[in-house]
Design a protein around this ligand. Sequence first.
Ligand SMILES: [Zn+2]
Length: 137
Amino acid sequence: MQKSIENNVRDGRNYGASRDGGARHHAGVDLLTNSRDYNAWAMADGVIIKTISSYWEGTSAIFVKHGGLYALYGEIKIAGGLKEGGEVTQGQVLGNTIPNTKNGAAMLHLEIYTGSERTSANRLDPTFAQYLPAFTP
Ligand SMILES: [Zn+2]
């Protein structure tokens, strides 16, 4: 049975958290689910920019343009049939959470950008985004 990630789950690691002893910083927020098979929903209507089959430690990611903002839904297993250039609708299942192969944690790792390049200059703190319901692009 598929379950949904609850609204505003913020028990994961925050945006900007130190990584690698401060050498880098967490580019998104982690919405921990502690098990597989939680759905990751599209926050708004959008167009798929890219699917990343090998993202991090056995997980995948999907990068979606939502109006003027771009969201990376990471560390999931992408749902079947989703391809670059395809349209998604708000609430559509983009994938589901799966345990990573490093430590078995399962989450949606969510990043938000103001442009199609995933650079620090374009990156926003995703904490503003109501994961459900949708944010306003
Ligand atoms: Zn993360």
